[in-house]
Design a protein. Sequence first.
Length: 307
Amino acid sequence: MTRLNEEAAGVYVIAVTPFLPDGTIDFASCDRMVDFYLDAGATGLTVLGMMGEAPKLTVEESRDVVARILARVNDRVPVVVGVSAPGFAQIATLTEMVMELGAAGVMVAPPSSLKTDDAIVIYYTQVAELIGDVPFVLQDFPLVTGVQITSNVIARIVNTLPTCVCLKHEDWPGLEKISALRVDGMLDRRISILCGNGGLFLPEEMVRSADGAMTGFAYPEMMVEVVKHHAAGEMERAQDIFDAYLPLARFEQQPGLGLAIRKYTLAKRGIIAHDTLRKPGAALSTVSRAEVDHLLARQERRLKELN
């Protein structure tokens, strides 16, 4: 098992959790999904994230999903597992479980109760003590967590906790934060910065010296191509590819409906069998489905023109 480290780069796709219409886990779709993500060029996977409906799973279901995905991945790429939870007991249990199964590391978001810079630093210090030598990703997603983590606070965490190897950057607006963290002397060591928000700002984030993406999108091949062309110095080509997918990426970023749109699109593409969200969860209306269908049809025409 390869452990996550500061060199993590490329595209770590946030995996959805497929469900059957009755709400039980669709393991056959899990297998197809993993194959699809890897065929699309993912350099890693992240499971049980916020868009993976992790809070809706029991501990046993979480274990079964992680075990199935890790078995299908079969050590071809690193797998990061979200272990965010209200209490340390859950974090410790989940971390031990997924690392024994073969995960490369874990991702931890701050609880909404953290109100000061010192409280944030203390929290992650205690998390690091709790999980020992397990490498972790600091998830910075204030739009959902309500916790504002400044670049200086991130620096304090990174500079004192060697097991913090990656920042999942999901602040919005947040491009200046990336630049601040890349200033010489800000960090004692260079860590990986992988960005979220459905890849909606990926070209700009790469220019600001991000290492790639750790997020979901129904067309992960877009993110793979943008990162690849940026690495080759072909920024105009990267931007052209991004622009071709922008209408669908924008539509998928609607708060409250994004996951439903992503699952519907993945189902339309034949990657998962059903677009079921486990309750509670928003379902797409007939009108919304028609809007996605329209965007998908336009997407196919746009890709033909791009190629």
